[in-house]
Structures are given as C-alpha cells and as structure tokens.
Design a protein around this ligand. Structure first.
Ligand code: ADP
Ligand code: ADP
Length: 235
C-alpha cells in the first residue's frame, strides 16, 4: 500500500507528562490500522495529532496527495487549514459527542456534507442514501436521542462517510456497545472505509476489533512498542 499519512518523530506533552515521546508511523492507503495500548499510553493523543485536531510539540505529519486532496504538511497548517482538512478529507467516528442529539439522523449526516461544501439538496440526498445503506431507512427522522446505541453509531458512520473521506479516524467506536452490536457496527465501519479503498485508523481496547484490522500498532508510555507490520517483515 502506498503511504497516505507519514508521521516522523512526533512528540506531545501535557504539563510534565509526555503523551507521545517520539512516534514514527507510516500508514498505507487502504490500511485498517488499530492503535492499542493501556489507558494513558497516548492512543487518543496520537489519533488527534494524525487528524490535525491538536498540534504536536515537534515532529512532522504529512498527508500524501490523492485524487481527492492535495499533499499537505499537516503539522505546518494553520487552524483554518486543519479545519478544512477535518471537514473535507477526514472522517471521524467517536464513541459519542460528534452527533447533535437534538437534530434528526438525516440532519446530522446532511450537516456534515454541507460543512464539506455540498448544497442542502445534494447533502440531504446523500445523507438519505448513506442511512439507507446502513439499514436506517426507517430512522432518518428520529432525533439521535431516540436511537439505540448501535443505531446512533451507524448514524455516526454515515456522518463520517457522506463526504467520502480519504482517512477515517475512529476512537473507541464500539466502546459503548454489546459484543454483537459491536461486531455489526465494525463490519459497517470496515465496509464503508477500507471497503471502498480508503483508510481506517481506529483506537480500541477491544482485541476483537484489532483482530479484524489489517495492522495493529501497540503503544506504551507514548512510544510504539509493537507493530504487526514490522513483525511480518521480520519473518
Ligand atoms: P490513551 O488514549 O492511550 O488513554 P491519551 O492520549 O488520552 O492516552 O493520554 C496520554 C497521556 O496524556 C495521559 O497521561 C493523559 O493523562 C495525558 N493527557 C492527554 N490529554 C491531556 C490533556 N488534554 N491535558 C492534560 N493531559 C492530557
Ligand atoms: P439495536 O439492536 O440496533 O441496538 P435496539 O434493539 O436496541 O436496536 O432498539 C430497537 C428500537 O428501540 C430502536 O428502533 C430504537 O429507536 C428504540 N430504542 C432503543 N434504545 C432506546 C433508547 N435508549 N431510547 C429510546 N428508544 C430506544
């Protein structure tokens, strides 16, 4: 897989603690990469740096050019450039907090499409198509607060994918779900990202999630201590 994101010597500290103590990571286009490790090991901080949500203290993070987006040096972009990247090139699925509970499922998904530049009518049409694809045809007009956890995560996937992002970042996307629902949501997440040739980066505690990804990177104390891609190369 050609590289889509290349991170070199990324560090980030909060107060006295190094959340990331020098991370080098090249993510391939079409990879599904699971980031694992104990609580506090830096997983979320790494995801936030890769996605341009926060700026590292040092190091470089580069996005390779694609047919959807120009090359970008994420670490040297201003906040406005990082916002555009997050809206138009990246997608996000978090455990909670990205969906607006008072809006309907359709409006949540359509809003993400409009923030990426689509007009209202196209956005609504694409939102409906994604909700249909994820088995939510009957639930588009419900507010998020009226949906089950599994349904809400499917809306979150639709919201993330309606812009056809180059890279989707997920942070514990199944953390609040029972194991059966978790498996179903993961199938939808993998299918709608790597299934169309784009890339998924997922922070998870769940070995079942990691087992379904093409690559697993493990962090400890802000450093990569294991990488399934390296282990394969060594064999
Ligand atoms: P993980 O996702 O593996 O649980 P995090 O990336 O959330 O780890 O955190 C790594 C370290 O950085 C922890 O020691 C955490 O307390 C600290 N940290 C993370 N975010 C902040 C923040 N916004 N302010 C202060 N400390 C933080
Ligand atoms: P799933 O298996 O997809 O998680 P459930 O069987 O939990 O779905 O939910 C079935 C129906 O019950 C859904 O249509 C949903 O609208 C409704 N529902 C589930 N949980 C809640 C809730 N906490 N509040 C309101 N409605 C709910």
């Amino acid at each position: 897989h050609p590289a889509i994101i290349t991170a070199g010597n990324v560090t980030k500290h909060f107060n006295q603690t190094y959340a990331l103590a020098g991370v080098d990571l090249t993510i391939g286009l079409g990879d599904s990469l699971a980031i694992m490790g104990p609580s506090g090991s830096g997983k979320t901080t790494l995801l936030h740096c890769l996605a341009g949500i926060i700026s590292p203290d040092s190091g470089r993070i580069r996005l390779s050019p694609t047919d959807r987006s120009a090359a970008a040096e994420i670490t040297s972009l201003k906040e406005s450039g990082r916002t555009a990247l997050r809206r138009e090139v990246f997608g996000f699925v978090f455990q909670q907090g990205l969906l607006l509970p008072e809006l309907t499922a359709i409006d949540n998904v359509a809003l993400a499409a409009m923030l990426a530049g689509m007009n209202r009518s196209d956005a609504t049409q694409h939102a409906r198509a994604w909700l249909d694809r994820l088995g939510l045809s009957e639930h588009g007009h419900k507010r998020i607060g009226q949906l089950s956890g599994g349904q809400a995560q499917r809306v979150a996937i639709a919201r993330a994918q309606v812009t056809q992002p180059v890279v989707t970042f997920a942070d514990e996307p199944t953390g609040a779900l029972d194991s059966r629902t978790s498996n179903e949501v993961l199938t939808e997440l993998l299918g709608s990202t790597v299934g169309r040739g784009s890339t998924l980066v997922v922070v998870t505690h769940d070995e079942n999630v990691a087992a379904r990804c093409s690559r697993v990177v493990r962090l400890a104390d802000g450093r990569i201590v294991a990488d399934s891609a390296m282990q394969e190369a060594a064999h």
